[in-house]
Ligand binder design. Structure first.
Ligand code: IFM
Length: 459
């Protein structure tokens, strides 16, 4: 669990890094009642009094359900290879067990065509947190039937778009759903089950395995899961802090990566929890080889021993002296390098090429802006994290893609519209989009990287 950069891998000729930019359906689409959309746990969450910091409901926000052509134009102008966006399960299948919603599928289909026509590959996330409410009423990700319902929805999507979409993320950040959604209730579905949340980890991973199987059976391209990873730093070398850090690393990183990349769960006995609800064949399905492994990285986490009366066996502590983002997250690109090296060390040849599925930062910015926002801190954050990616590639790690979170300022879940991650400023009342300085910086960085690669190839 050290932050030592990986050092012993053989350098090899590097393929150019692919460039991408990401969004997610509930965070940008708005228009919650348009075109027969069903209800998700995020509709329930935003209607819970006091649940969202600024009381916002994700509407209108960027209103991308209607203004998606503007998003594509922005992605094209940026020069990215791919646009990562998620599909809304409750738009595609508004009612569980009922036929799919043609209007929604047609709208997504037009978007896929427009991206392809513009030379940007669609990179589709099948699940980015917006579970149908009706499934949550039956236990949500605690219930083994949910992964199978997910696989049915995935089949619908693949039937409609699989002839043109060649790249798929199955489940986004299962760790956030398990820990923040079901264990401590910061995110939908706002359950506070503590370790009782752990079965949701297995059911999301099973959903990944089933979705991957659907995509493989249809011969519909490349597929993988994407999780949030953090570099865990013990608060001190004291045994209690080391043990607490080990638990946190287990819960945040290994609980999700080990089954996918090793075909087994880490030993959870130190948590004193019941066994996970694993059935015969589950782990074989979950660990079938993927085409890539997605890593979302934002910050390292400093962990110490918990107070004796704490219900959880660790405490998350500030990193003294570290600069922070608008969210208060410590900024440390070496944490990303450490995460990448740790994945390579832990999983060796079982690790497919890594795709950085999200990296970015929120900073305080005005709600309305008639001029370019000079977001120097965001540029610095991204530049330094990209340096860490390049360093890891030079160490020999196979990192295929870098994705900025996010193309647009959007609905930041329980923090509503108060945290802005976009390369493009969005006025959440008018939906007006205004590129920030970081947008131009990223465009120039992509262009420079391509030019450099072409010059190298021609030499
Ligand atoms: O906005 C989220 C995204 O939906 C999932 N990953 C982290 C981002 C920033 O909090």
């Amino acid at each position: 669990m050290t932050d030592d950069p990986p050092g012993s891998r053989r350098p090899r000729r590097l393929a150019p890094l692919r460039w991408s930019v990401a969004t997610a359906a509930f965070q940008i689409e708005g228009a919650r009642h348009a075109d027969g959309r069903g209800r998700s746990i995020w509709d329930d969450f935003v209607e819970m009094p006091g649940a969202v910091l600024d009381g916002s409901t994700a509407e209108p926000g960027p209103d991308s359900w209607h203004r998606w052509r503007e998003d594509i134009a922005l992605a094209v102008e940026l020069g990215v290879d791919r646009y990562r966006f998620s599909l809304s399960w409750v738009r595609v299948r508004p009612e569980h067990g009922r036929p799919a919603n043609r209007a929604a599928l047609d709208r997504y289909s037009r978007m896929v065509d427009a991206l392809l026509d513009a030379g940007v590959a669609p990179f589709v996330t099948l699940y980015h947190w917006d579970l149908p409410s009706v499934l949550e009423e039956h236990g949500g990700w605690l219930d083994r039937r949910t992964p199978f319902a997910f696989a049915e929805y995935v089949q619908t999507v693949v039937d409609a778009l699989g002839d043109r979409v060649a790249d798929w993320y199955t489940i986004n950040e299962p760790v956030s759903t398990t820990l923040q959604g079901y264990a401590i209730g910061e995110l939908a579905p706002a359950r506070t089950l503590l370790f009782g949340a752990l079965p949701t980890a297995h059911h999301q991973l099973l959903a990944h395995g089933l979705a991957q199987q659907v995509i493989r059976s249809a011969g519909s391209g490349r597929v993988g899961i994407v999780n949030n990873h953090t570099a865990v730093r013990p608060a001190s070398a004291r045994d209690e802090d080391l043990a607490a850090a080990e638990v946190y690393d287990l819960l945040h990183n290994r609980l999700f990566a080990d089954p996918v990349l090793r075909g087994e769960y880490p030993d959870l006995s130190m948590l004193g929890v019941p066994d996970l609800p694993v059935e015969d064949g589950d782990l074989a399905l979950i660990s079938r080889p993927s085409d890539f492994y997605g890593v979302n990285y934002y910050n390292p986490t400093r962990v110490g021993a918990a107070a004796p009366d704490s219900p959880i066996p660790f405490e998350i502590l500030p990193i003294e002296g570290a600069p922070t983002t608008g969210f208060g997250w410590p900024i440390d690109p070496q944490g990303l390098r450490a995460v990448l090296g740790q994945l390579a060390d832990r999983y060796g040849d079982a690790l497919p090429p890594i795709v950085i599925g999200e990296n970015g930062a929120s900073f305080p910015e005005p709600d309305h802006s008639s001029h370019t926002i000079h977001d120097a801190e965001r540029i610095d954050y991204l530049a330094r994290h990209l340096d860490a990616v390049e360093a890891a590639r030079n160490d020999g790690l196979d990192i295929a893609e870098f994705t900025v979170w996010s193309l647009l300022d959007n609905f930041e879940w329980a923090d509503g519209f108060t945290q802005r991650f976009g390369l493009v400023h969005v006025d959440h009342n008018t939906s007006l989009r205004t590129p920030k300085a970081s947008y131009s910086w990223f465009r120039d960085r992509i262009a420079a990287s391509r030019a450099q690669h072409e010059a190298g190839a021609g030499a």
